[in-house]
Design a protein around this ligand. Structure first.
Ligand code: GLC
Length: 753
């Protein structure tokens, strides 16, 4: 809040001037766009709506090989993806400048969690609950991508993900809409920085619009069927947050939504995105999704697919060649009005002007900036910092962790101990030339030097069933004081087209853990994966378990910092971990039903649980341990009843009662006890991450306003209904420390009637 009137005045003037400048810039750009549009033939317009992939790296089903060079020179291509590097982008841009109107290309790439310096996979980053750090990760990715000739990243992926069988959970923000919306905003801000047009910023691309994360059965590309209310309450808010953060582009999704493919879905792209939300950027289809509407059985052929997609608001056709082949005919035959073509072209040209490409098509293709910025030491330090914060300590019996740096001998066992590529996770850019990855083995060597003897044994493979390596592993364990086992998924076992029906630890890795556990040696298990996995034997029997996801370029160093106490783990799970696939879908903000499932220690009876498995997940949303301990006390509410224009201020004290400094993510959950629609047992409505020294206390303050009490009612109105709300403060969704209750009253005026 501005205290001094003068500061408030200056602030207002700056905002106004800034706003006027932006408006003036947009007006100039609009004028320049129209001047180009007037010169364009129909074919040249359609060329701008056409996007091809480079041939060196392909991120989708290979489409027919046209003569890319000729088509670019002929102005038949508006954008290329999977073309990167200052030299390579310059060379391809030079081809585009040989076209009649010399309209520059936009270069896009999946820079999802880093370009050369790779950050933890997005789902891991969210486990840090550290929004500034998440934004910084996107910022570094943008700086390196933009220095490599790229204008555009196909990120952030903001699909709410409640099904760990779906491999793409690794690239999102997990199962919670509130957290996912804040992360979406942070990532857009990180990618776009001070605004597109700056040569350290790239256009964000919010994907996949929409509801792709609800694919039936967790099977990628599969159908999605949900009520409008569910769509609006759970799946759309992260997209809206990203749009409100100024995202330059959107990407639609492969799935149909209630029978209409997203690519041909005017309700999504025209009514909601470009209509209600007033989105002025452009929409790119996902790879081939325009043409795939034929497979959906939604259109007869690519001619109809092109018509359906352009009418529905898909501006650019990635790799299906439906637009370049059919749009001209559709316009000439009067099936598609020129106004739709012009609108799509305007949106795309507007971004090219905003990027400054008409003034200097090569401004991002700068080898000097590329050399200076890509992969630099500062970026690696940030990647290591994020990696440490992303690690989740799932179990630590008898304080086995942190390990002592004076441990004489440590056996380091498992198929991922020495892996570098797997640390980069799915969607990394450019392995193997992006090979400066610190493996877990190297991280331990860096940490321990000659102090400790490290014994290595692979033990087994990730996927196959051979147990031939067990004996060597057991022998190493028996010669050691402590055993560290690193297991999990290969980097390509989660990600696009990586849905798994069985999400147990793959292969015989858990059998390896069993035989090592049988040696009686202190055992620490590291689980490297892109999704929640199932590992019940390990969870029940092993003393220490650390979820290390895929942590990127600095994985080994970050893990070593945590294992030896140089960083106290603070991560909290952004997704629920099921005990088995049979529990899926399972998420924390469930509805109670008329016969609530009994708590774990009670029989199912006539209740909504299973007769063969308890109700609780293996690990809950928001769960994560620390090397220290915290107490929560002195909960106070500023009032026990509020009117809709009011707010309730919630305060409580958090104390570090342990012996080491640590960070805690405190979580505020609310339950609307009675409403016109049944409401979840709890919903995350705020959180804070605090760092406390041993013995230190801090007061935490949350403000509850009407927005935090609102939901979409049956008429899809965003309302807060009067009644009582349960308030819960927790260290995890299943670990509530403080409770209270307050009432939302009808507004005083209404009550007087
Ligand atoms: C892929 C993905 C999408 C990605 C695009 C370009 O099929 O679904 O997320 O951005 O194609 O690689």
């Amino acid at each position: 809040m501005m205290k001094s009137p003068l500061i408030a005045f200056v602030f207002t003037v700056c905002i106004t001037v800034g706003g006027l400048e932006a408006a003036a810039r947009q007006k100039t750009i609009a004028r320049r766009v129209d001047s180009v549009l007037k010169l364009m033939t129909l074919d040249e317009k359609i060329g701008q709506l056409n996007q091809y992939s480079g041939r060196e790296e392909v991120t989708g089903p290979e489409s027919d090989k046209s003569d890319l060079v000729q088509e670019i020179k002929a102005g038949k291509v508006g954008s290329m993806l999977n073309v990167r590097g200052a030299v390579h982008t310059r060379r391809v841009q030079e081809l585009a400048l040989q076209s009649r109107l010399k309209i520059p290309l936009i270069f896009g790439q999946d820079v999802i969690h880093g370009y050369k310096v790779t950050f933890p996979i997005p789902l891991a980053e969210v486990a840090s609950w550290d929004l500034p750090a998440i934004e910084q990760g996107a910022r570094v990715a943008a700086i390196e991508a933009a220095a490599s000739g790229l204008h555009w990243t196909f990120a952030p992926m903001v699909d709410l993900s409640r099904d760990p069988r779906w491999g793409r959970v690794m690239e999102g923000a997990g199962e919670d809409t509130y957290l996912g919306s804040l992360v979406a905003k942070a990532r857009v801000q990180g990618f776009q920085g001070k605004g597109i047009g700056n040569t350290d910023a790239v256009m964000a691309c919010v994907k996949h619009f929409a509801a792709y994360g609800a694919a039936t059965g967790g099977r990628d590309y599969n159908s999605v069927d949900m009520s409008d209310r569910t769509l609006w309450e759970w799946y759309l808010p992260p997209f809206k947050a990203a749009a409100d953060a100024g995202a330059a582009t959107f990407m639609n999704s492969f799935n149909d939504l209630n029978g209409i493919p997203a690519t041909g879905n005017a309700y999504l792209q025209r009514d909601i995105l470009k209509g209600k939300w007033k989105f002025t950027g452009f929409v790119v289809s996902d790879w081939g999704s325009v043409g795939e509407m034929v497979n959906h059985g939604y259109v007869r052929d690519k001619y109809d697919a092109a018509a359906s997609a352009i009418r529905a608001g898909s501006d650019m056709d990635m790799e299906s060649r439906s637009y370049i082949t059919n749009l001209s005919k559709l316009v000439i035959e009067g099936k598609v009005p020129m106004t739709l073509i012009d609108d799509a072209v305007r949106r795309i040209l507007c971004k090219k002007f905003e990027l400054g490409l008409f003034d200097d098509p090569f401004r991002f293709s700068n080898t000097q900036r590329e050399t200076e910025l890509v992969g630099n030491i500062q970026h690696r330090a940030m990647a290591k910092d994020m990696a440490k914060k992303s690690i989740v300590l799932l179990k630590n019996e008898d304080g086995l962790l942190p390990l002592s740096k004076n441990t004489k001998t440590i056996a380091v066992i498992g198929p991922l101990v020495k892996s570098e590529e797997d640390m980069l996770g799915f969607w990394n850019v450019g392995w193997p030339d992006n090979s400066d990855v610190v493996s877990q083995w190297e991280g331990l060597q860096n940490k321990l030097g000659k102090n400790t003897k490290l014994l290595y044994a692979k033990g087994c493979e990730v996927k196959d069933t051979s147990r031939a390596g067990f004996a060597e592993a057991v022998a190493a364990a028996q010669s050691a004081d402590v055993v560290i086992v690193s297991v999990g998924e290969f980097r390509d076992m989660s990600g696009e087209a990586k849905s798994r029906a069985d999400i147990h630890l793959p292969g015989v890795q858990e059998e390896l853990i069993k035989v090592l556990h049988a040696t009686g040696k202190p055992l620490v298990v590291l689980v490297n994966a892109g999704r929640p996995l199932v590992f019940n034997y390990t969870a029940d029997n092993v003393a220490a378990i650390v979820y290390t996801w895929w942590l990127g370029s600095e994985a080994g160093n970050a893990i070593a910092d945590v294992l030896f106490g140089d960083y106290n783990p603070s991560g909290k799970l952004p997704m629920t971990f099921p005990r088995t696939e049979g529990q899926i879908p399972i998420y924390y903000n469930y509805l109670n039903t008329g016969r609530p499932a009994p708590d774990d220690d009670k029989p199912a009876g006539y209740r909504s649980g299973y007769i063969d498995l308890q109700k609780s997940p293996r690990y809950a949303f928001g769960y994560g341990l620390s090397y220290t301990s915290f107490t929560y006390s002195d909960l106070q509410l500023s009032k026990n009843a509020m009117y809709s224009k009011d707010s309730v201020v919630v305060t409580f004290k958090l104390t570090n009662t342990g012996k080491v400094a640590g960070e805690e993510v405190v979580q505020l959950y609310l339950r609307d006890e009675v409403a016109s629609l049944v409401r979840p047992m709890k919903e995350l409505k705020d959180f804070a991450k605090l760092s406390l020294q041993p013995g230190e206390s801090k007061t935490v303050r949350f403000v509850i306003n009407k927005e935090k009490l609102s939901f979409y009612n049956q008429q899809l109105q965003w309302v807060a209904e009067p009644g009582h709300f349960s308030l819960m403060i927790g260290s995890a969704s299943n670990d509530i420390k403080l409770k209270s209750r307050f009432e939302l009253k009808l507004s005083a005026v209404k009550q007087r009637k």
